[in-house]
Write a protein that binds this ligand. Structure first.
Ligand code: KG4
Ligand code: ZN
Length: 342
């Protein structure tokens, strides 16, 4: 695979199967998206209130080739036209990652193309560049997704300094768990986001864990507080107004913490550029509050468009392009890793 580095133009085929979405994309020169196909598995996992790893990997096996095929067709190219395949090799569900990595290596071997391994978190950081070509370094990057909530200083491509991370639940995980408690559909984030629009954010005074003198996050106490509020009012749990108020109050607590932590990092580190990414960055209240804070602090804020917030392969192709240019080519022995720090 290593020998084929200079074939063709600078088209990258990106593949992401880290969790419950099968995604493939074709991206030119790390920024121009020719196609970005995402096949969601939400319908499969919905009835369990969360992702069932075995079902996720089986579905990836069924979908990987059709999704890649669709991405190539939509871009009006074939595998012969690409310069490299960028695949997410972790972190994520190991059975799911294996499908993407196995497919990428097989296709690369068959077509004599190089493979580039991309960390899923680096992909999320790069999603900012899909909408905004020129973001100057350094910048602060908050990733808030179902699996991660971390804050980084990005000094350059490939140079990431973690300032903090969640000590327990990720922000998206808290959304999904609270939705399950309230008997709402999976994934909980978008459902709670919608319900919160009609609820009172001050109805419940839920805790905000600011984790003093640290850039770390914690959301498990908040989830427990919601659980107590729901069990205290179990007779009213089916009540639509009650659910809307819980949703709005919970969301307000999550957003308060995320905005305040990033604001504190802006002040402490003197960095006035911020990117957001991950599924939770699609949240309407979060986007509104970050825009307000950025305006007040005269900070440049780079929000990904909604389709690039949640998992997608375009972000993997974008990050993969930079590795490809730097000559970071993976070998045929590439193996995914469930735990893979950035
Ligand atoms: O980035 P992502 O697609 O996958 C991971 O890498 O985890 O994020 C999925 C997470 C889920 O927990 C989902 O509930 C949450 O993002 N999410 C949202 C919204 N849309 C998706 N959370 C809050 N508000 C939203 N609008
Ligand atoms: Zn993700």
């Amino acid at each position: 695979m290593e020998g084929a580095k200079n074939i063709g133009s600078e088209l990258i085929l990106g593949i992401d199967t880290s969790c419950d979405d099968t995604s493939a994309a074709v991206v030119a020169e790390g920024k121009k998206i020719l196609s970005n196909i995402v096949s969601s598995q939400s319908d499969i996992h919905k009835k369990y209130g969360g992702i069932v790893p075995e079902l996720a990997s089986r579905r990836h096996i069924e979908m990987i080739w059709p999704v890649v095929d669709e991405a190539l067709n939509a871009a009006a190219i074939t595998l012969d036209d690409i310069a490299a395949i960028a695949v997410c090799h972790g972190p994520g569900l190991i059975g799911s990652l294996l499908v993407g990595c196995g497919f990428a290596k097989a296709a690369a071997y068959a077509k004599n193309k190089p493979v580039v391994a991309v960390n899923h978190l680096e992909g999320h950081i790069f999603s900012a560049f899909l909408d905004h070509e020129n973001i100057e370094f350094p910048f602060l990057s908050l990733i808030a997704s179902g699996g991660h909530t971390s804050l980084y200083i990005v000094n350059d491509f490939g140079q990431y300094m973690e300032l903090g991370r969640t000590r327990d639940d990720a922000a998206g995980e808290a959304y999904d768990k609270v939705a399950k408690l309230l008997g709402l559909a999976y994934p909980g984030g978008p459902v709670i986001d919608n319900l919160a629009l009609e609820g009172n954010p001050k109805a419940f005074d839920f805790p905000r864990a600011y984790v003093p003198e640290s850039f770390d996050f914690s959301f498990s106490g908040l989830k427990t507080a919601v659980k107590s509020a729901v069990s205290r009012q179990s007779q009213a749990a089916g009540d639509a107004e009650f659910i809307k108020d819980i949703a709005a109050s919970f969301q307000s607590a999550v957003v308060d913490v995320l905005v305040r932590k990033v604001e504190w990092a802006i002040v402490k580190k003197g960095i006035k550029r911020v990117t957001l990414s991950g599924g939770v960055s699609a949240n309407s209240e979060l986007r509104k509050r970050f825009k307000e804070m950025a305006e007040e602090r005269e900070v440049e804020l780079f929000l990904p468009s909604i389709s690039f917030c949640t998992d997608n392969a375009a972000m993997i192709a974008a990050a993969g392009y930079h590795h490809f240019k730097a000559g970071n080519i993976a070998g045929i022995d590439l193996n995914p890793k469930a735990y893979l720090p950035l």
